[in-house]
Design a protein around this ligand. Structure first.
Ligand code: MV4
Length: 492
């Protein structure tokens, strides 16, 4: 493997290219017209524009990207996350074109892409499941029969859904028929597949996922868990490794179950198995993500393994160079996603430019980002600017380092999730590690962030005074007081 084309953009494109360069492999960027000045385009050895800003006319054009790979002599394609990363047809098209897809086969993607097929495959390997069905619900009579076993509330989920899409809670028998019809029609509209299944509703679960690595020789290891319960609208905001609630026994049981899920679909490469964990620490298989995930960094930091490097080695056909017993958890890592979203306004995507963008530095701090100061955040794509990750010897040290790094991150020109992160990691429930997927709805109110912007308000007032003095005093008296600072309100 001599040249890798990265079929993605921004932070993950950079992340993949860094490892490729480290391994002495040449890199190719493909980019949209909106991304011409992005750091990943500059960083690549070669870059090709593949179309206009809209993803469907650029980053989602599999055939065009394969054509570019052929033309420039790339022998592999890394899809990153999102876009084409879990597209079975694209994995197959790469294989058919003689290009190595750095990811799983179409078979693995298809099996795990259908939640019903995934449950059927995993069940054969004895993976724990939420009580319910692993067959499409044919009619209301069948739904009523299943409801007798699960009780209420129950969940109707779309087989082609995932990540929270196409889920409906049914609280009472009387709503079942209506909800079933709605769920089916919604699934048909969204996914062109109206198959749905039913599960008992697990109240206030924790979301814990297991990072896996599998080679093409039948070896598979787990790189421990990530605690991802701090989410909003199925969008993760904070992830950490390890989880503070697992015992060694449960960690091992979950790891081994995750390996079974991988075996059930003949998996190779990096992948993640998601579990729901209830209050008694019972865990249940949810779904498998057949890609490198945004939050992979925390697993890298506690395991010392470069997951992209391993993806590349596996794609080359090499055997994993380590076994489960070689892997140990070292310290603790916490990641905050820095998104161009306004936590004071329902986390709505915020538009604008990074007028000021200064990264903190410090021991144990890793920043994976995709933009530089002065750049606009395009509206066409995911609003994530980057990720701030802190590692410490233990959870307390990781929290302290993350907190300090948030304080020293300067972003002006756009609202971000930084103040939310600062607030979240100071909450008693977070510090104690006693939280579940209900953390944000239970504790978060925008008003609570006000004290986190206080410093900024004071700073703005001080700058305002300075500008006022500059304007009113004799100009010659204060030649050095010219300020480049602008008030936030003027920037918006
Ligand atoms: C559930 C559940 C409760 N019971 N399944 C949401 C995303 C998708 N991967 C599955 N999800 C859930 N499935 C049963 N049987 C609750 C959720 C859920 C959730 C899961 C993980 C993280 C955040 C969540 C927020 C709301 C609901």
């Amino acid at each position: 493997m001599n040249k890798i084309l990265v079929a993605n953009r921004a932070e993950i494109a950079l992340r993949v290219m860094r490892t490729a360069k480290k391994m002495g492999i040449a890199t190719v960027a493909v980019y949209s017209e909106a991304d011409a000045n992005m750091p990943f385009v500059q960083f690549a050895d070669e870059s090709y524009c593949i179309g206009p800003a809209s993803s469907s006319l650029s980053y989602l054009l599999g055939d065009k990207i394969i054509e570019v790979a052929k033309q420039c002599g790339a022998d592999a394609i890394h899809p990153g996350y999102g876009f084409l990363s879990e597209n079975a047809a694209f994995s197959q098209a790469c294989a058919d074109a003689g290009i190595t897809f750095i990811g799983p086969t179409a078979y693995s993607i298809n099996t795990m892409g259908s939640k019903i097929a995934a449950k059927q495959a995993a069940k054969k390997y004895g993976v724990p499941m939420v009580p319910g069905t692993d067959k499409p619900i044919a009619d209301i009579a069948e739904a009523q029969e299943i409801a007798k076993q699960t009780g209420f509330p129950l969940l109707i989920k779309a087989s082609a859904g995932g990540g929270g899409k196409g889920m409906r809670v049914v609280n009472h028998e009387s709503e079942l028929e209506e909800q079933l019809l709605m769920a089916k029609s919604e699934a048909l509209n969204s996914f062109k597949d109206d198959s749905v299944f039913i599960e008992k509703y697990v109240a206030s679960p924790k979301h814990i996922e297991i990072q896996l690595l599998a080679d093409t020789h039948g070896n598979c290891v787990y790189l421990f868990e990530r605690e991802c319960s701090i989410q909003r609208r199925h969008q993760k905001l904070i992830e950490e490794a390890p989880s503070s609630c697992l015992t060694e026994d449960i960690r091992k049981a979950m790891g081994e179950s995750a390996v079974s899920v991988a075996r059930s679909c003949d998996y190779h490469g990096a992948g993640t198995v998601e579990f729901l964990v209830d209050e008694e620490l019972h865990f249940y298989f949810l779904e498998m993500n057949t890609r490198l995930q945004v939050e992979h960094c925390v697993s890298e930091m506690i395991s010392g393994v470069d997951l992209v490097e391993q993806q590349i080695l596996v794609a080359r056909g090499e055997k994993l160079a380590f076994s489960q017993d070689d892997l140990k958890i070292n310290g603790h890592a916490i990641e905050l996603r820095i998104c161009a979203e306004d936590p004071l306004n329902n986390f709505m995507p915020d538009t604008g430019s990074l007028d000021v963008y200064r990264r903190p530095v410090g021991e144990g701090i890793r920043i994976d980002d995709g933009y530089e100061e002065g750049m606009p955040i395009p509206i066409y794509y995911d609003p994530m600017i980057g990720k701030l990750v802190a590692w410490g010897q233990n959870r307390t040290e990781a929290i302290a380092r993350l907190s300090n790094a948030i304080d020293h991150f300067r972003i002006n020109g756009i609202e971000t999730t930084l103040p939310f992160g600062k607030w979240a990691i100071q909450q008693e429930a977070f510090v104690k590690g006693q939280f579940d997927t209900g953390f944000i709805p239970k504790y978060y109110k925008p008003e609570l962030l006000e004290e986190y912007s206080k410093d900024e308000i004071e700073l703005a007032a001080a700058i305002g005074t300075m500008i006022y003095k500059e304007k009113t005093m004799a100009p010659k008296a204060l030649p050095s007081l010219k300020s480049n600072w602008k008030l936030r309100s003027q920037l918006r």
